[in-house]
Write a protein that binds this ligand. Structure first.
Ligand code: DHB
Length: 480
């Protein structure tokens, strides 16, 4: 029973709770606005609790805010899609993109600016299926305070989202919804944040940062992760990118296109050559229990595994009636996709980024900017780029923020409570990061006993939330 459902008893209980030292963080059931939106021919009516400050010591009032939307039915004993006020899962989408500062998602579309998702269809779909929606803002790499210090460098964004989860769990009894069923969702850098939320639950590494912010006194592990094209495992992603795209020399990177020069090709060769050592050191296993590995040329059963995801993607598209006959990378017979030629597929995919794709030698990538400090704008985060840097006096980031931005460091760590359920989608036409990044993460999760569902949806570029019906049927399947 939720406290607000106890009628007049509510006031007494709320008064008792407000003696808690953290009463600033107590959810106020009465502070809402009724909002209605038409969606798929039906009016969705919610109580909108907006701009809730979710930490005791906010450093950024534009971003340390949380929006919560609860279907009106849940205040009248109703049920939606089999869920009630007691059992409704909490869908937790973030709008982080490019590791930039993010504002929370909203129910009313006109208030959405920039970031993911591009519209509020995600929010409306979730609510229409009986999910509570809670969306938190988070600091990002360009945030500055009035003294001109950066306030959103790594790991600020993930710390913020964890603090928002703590707020939801702290207020579980006061709020409709089941805070033991939080499902995070994000795309790209926001997908990376979603994987971090899932991997790092309650890990002590984040504790000092959460304490400084005055996060609510609660846990921050979550139930499930939905991640679209997560730009993650950043310190190994340069190698993965060149392992995949070494032979593709034309690039088209954020308005700049051209052909790699000899020096860049050498960088690509170096990074490609370094990938097998990283991959082999992970000791990942395939479904048959065999160790996944690559030889010095980058060939081996790990490559076969990546190819199998592309083949499965093409097969699904073919089954749905997509004409794949012009894709010469695919070998097909009698309605079956038999194999994919990896090199030919990369010609179809094309190269976006120049090497190194993430830790840029000029120290000017989004990720260099993420790993700055309060007083340093950009830093390197790999030994390779630091030692080949072309930026005068470029610093190397500290080890701890690099570690804290990579879910791979926490899956399997006994001090972390990792989410049980994972859905990762990485478009088969996405060239912002290598396919290996999502395959490695999903494999590590499976090897450690978690449920990881990875697909590379056919022809999808770098994007998210494009399959909301499938997303929520997965969510229903794990919640019910
Ligand atoms: C995003 C895309 C990138 O290519 C990248 O390097 C980092 C973030 C994004 O869309 O969030």
């Amino acid at each position: 029973m939720k406290i607000y459902q106890l009628g007049s008893l509510c006031c007494l209980l709320c008064a008792a709770l407000s003696t808690n030292a953290q009463n600033k963080l107590q959810f106020d059931v009465s502070k809402y606005e009724s909002q209605t939106q038409d969606f798929n021919g039906k009016a969705i009516k919610v109580r909108a609790f907006e701009k809730i400050i979710y930490v005791e010591n906010p450093v950024d009032l534009a971003h340390h805010v949380l929006n919560i939307y609860i279907p009106e039915e849940y205040f009248n004993g109703g049920s939606i899609n089999g869920f009630t006020a007691e059992t409704a899962p909490i869908f937790f989408p973030n709008r982080v993109g490019g590791y930039m500062p993010a504002v929370p998602a909203t129910f009313i579309v006109s208030e959405q600016k920039g970031g993911f998702p591009y519209n509020n269809k995600t929010v409306l779909t979730a609510l229409s299926k009986g999910y509570i929606v809670a969306s938190a803002g988070a600091r990002g790499r360009t945030n500055k305070n009035e003294k001109g210090e950066f306030t959103g460098k790594a790991p600020a964004g993930i710390v913020d989202l964890k603090a928002a989860v703590r707020y939801l769990k702290f207020n579980d009894k006061l709020m409709a919804g089941d805070a033991n069923k939080i499902i995070s969702n994000g795309t790209s850098a926001g997908g990376a944040m979603s994987t971090l939320l899932g991997a790092t639950g309650n890990h002590p590494d984040y504790e000092p940062f959460l304490k400084t912010l005055g996060a609510a006194n609660a846990t921050d592990d979550i139930f499930a992760v939905s991640a679209y094209c997560p730009i993650t495992n950043l310190e190994n992603a340069d190698m993965a990118y060149e392992w995949q795209l070494n032979k593709i020399h034309s690039f088209n990177f954020r308005g700049k296109s051209g052909v790699l020069d000899a020096e860049s090709i050498k960088v690509s060769d170096d990074l490609k050559a370094a990938f097998p050592k990283y991959l082999n050191g992970l000791n990942l296993k395939n479904e048959s229990g065999e160790k996944l590995s690559l030889d010095a040329e980058g060939n081996g059963n790990f490559k076969d595994l990546v190819k199998s995801y592309i083949v499965a993607s093409a097969q699904k598209a073919l089954n749905a009636g997509t004409d794949l006959s012009r894709n010469s990378a695919l070998e097909m017979k009698d309605g079956k996709v038999l194999s994919v030629d990896f090199d030919a597929y990369m010609i179809y995919l094309e190269r976006m980024k120049t090497p190194p794709a993430f830790d840029a030698l000029d120290n000017k990538s989004f990720e260099n900017n993420l790993f700055g400090t309060s007083s340093v704008e950009n830093s390197h985060f790999t030994v390779y780029s630091q030692s080949h840097s072309k930026a005068p006096n470029a610093a190397m980031a500290d080890k701890q923020p690099i570690k804290m931005m990579n879910p791979m460091n926490y899956v399997g760590d006994k001090q972390a409570k990792t989410a049980q359920n994972w859905r990762i989608r990485h478009g088969a036409k996405d060239k912002d990061t290598g396919f290996a990044i999502s395959v490695i993460l999903a494999t590590q999760l499976k090897n450690k006993g978690y449920h990881a569902n990875l697909e590379l949806p056919w022809d999808k570029p770098h994007s998210g939330d494009y399959d909301l019906e499938e997303l929520f049927s997965w969510a229903d399947s794990i919640c019910k």
